[in-house]
Design a protein around this ligand. Structure first.
Ligand SMILES: Cc1cc2nc3c(=O)[nH]c(=O)nc-3n(C[C@H](O)[C@H](O)[C@H](O)COP(=O)(O)OP(=O)(O)OC[C@H]3O[C@@H](n4cnc5c(N)ncnc54)[C@H](O)[C@@H]3O)c2cc1C
Length: 337
């Protein structure tokens, strides 16, 4: 465990916000978890800093998760059970799985951040969510001062949601994540997402391998999303709202082109990006902040943005969408205030 004093957090959040912290505690081993949280209680946990807006300055103490390592726990004809340190870079883990020809997470290629933050919002992309391959989550419980394992049914996974965003929010630290990955001979790649199949069809790839799916996802993402190293951002700022079908029918009367995805007989999901674009935010820039041209759901930092500027834009978008459509947009990004 390393403790550094008075550190800028700019390099530790993908928005590139220049917040500072009094103590930056770098956690590199599971053995130090208890000690770190005893010495620095109430610390803000940061993994890759890719789903967080650091709106408080300075922050008293930050625990930076750098507990890494991939370990095969068991193996049979069909697949392997793997444990991964929660501070391991997510995409590095995907690359490892793809290189071993193990299927299950290739559709989640190139999502920034750490493995341990994955279950918090049940990361998802291109028709796959982390819950689909999760065996269990190891969690250090601050109150009980011990490690416990949570099975998927105890994690209450939903769309960009889990028990870690609700009942267990700020109650502990995810230390290790266990996955079930499938060997290629028993695995069928997930091509449920139309954009992905279209992309592969254009390349004339009819029966893609795990590697080809991963490469396709990486290419699509690179063409759509800004590189946070060049243009600070935290990915989708808002969740796609799930709304009552009656409200959707009303919206359809004025906007026949409104896109939707059915959830059940009473509920549909409507893309937040469409709502934001229809309110005129696509590609807008206000001072240091704006909505990305290719994907208006992504709020970007054009350089030197203050957290207050991002929050003002967030509020402005929420108010406009509420006024126009009667829909409340809920942030996906954690705001530390
Ligand atoms: C360009 C871009 C694209 C993205 N695309 C996607 C996408 O396709 N799908 C998707 O789901 N997400 C996406 N995201 C969001 C983000 O990458 C994921 O949510 C990721 O899992 C966050 O990981 P992190 O380590 O950066 O978390 P952080 O931002 O460091 O933390 C997020 C929250 O989790 C808490 N936390 C982090 N680690 C732990 C831990 N070990 N124990 C307890 N609490 C913890 C933090 O305190 C904070 O509240 C994208 C982000 C960017 C910048």
């Amino acid at each position: 465990m390393q403790v550094n004093k008075n550190v800028s957090l700019q390099a530790y959040n993908t928005f590139g916000i220049k917040t500072a912290c009094g103590e930056l505690v770098i956690l590199e081993s599971k053995a130090d978890i208890e000690k770190a949280f005893d010495l620095f209680p109430q610390s803000i946990i940061i993994g890759g800093g890719s789903n967080i807006l650091l709106a408080k300055n300075p922050i008293h103490s930050v625990i930076l998760n750098r507990i890494t390592g991939i370990k095969i726990i068991s193996e049979n004809d069909k697949g392997v059970q793997v444990s991964v340190g929660s501070g391991h870079n997510w995409h590095e883990f995907v690359r490892w799985a793809v290189s071993q020809n193990l299927g299950g997470i290739e559709n989640l290629s190139l999502i920034p951040g750490t493995v341990g933050a994955g279950p918090i919002q049940n990361i998802g992309a291109y028709g796959t969510e982390i819950k689909d391959v999760l065996e269990k989550v190891e969690f250090y419980d601050f109150e009980k001062r011990k490690f416990r394992s949570l099975l998927p049914e105890q994690c209450h996974f939903g769309y960009r949601d889990s028990v870690f965003k609700n009942h267990l929010k700020n109650k502990g630290f995810i230390s290790q994540v266990f996955f079930n990955l499938t060997k290629s001979s028993y695995y069928e790649v997930n091509l449920s997402y139309k954009g992905l199949t279209d992309y592969l069809n254009n390349l004339n790839i009819k029966s893609p391998t795990i590697t080809e799916v991963s490469n396709a996802v990486i290419s699509i993402r690179q063409s759509k999303l800004p590189d946070w190293k060049e243009l600070g951002n935290a990915g989708s700022f808002f969740k796609n709202p799930e709304i009552n079908i009656d409200l959707f029918k009303k919206i359809k009367q004025s906007y026949p082109e409104a896109p939707s995805y059915p959830i059940d007989s009473k509920t549909i999901k409507i893309p937040a990006a469409w709502l934001i674009e229809t309110c005129g935010f696509k590609g807008v820039q206000y001072g240091n902040v704006g909505c990305y041209l290719n994907q208006p759901l992504v709020i970007v930092n054009y350089g030197n943005a203050l957290p207050a500027e991002i929050i003002d834009l967030k509020n402005h978008i929420q108010n406009q969408v509420l006024d126009k459509f009667g829909i409340e947009l809920v942030p996906e990004v954690t705001i530390v205030q």
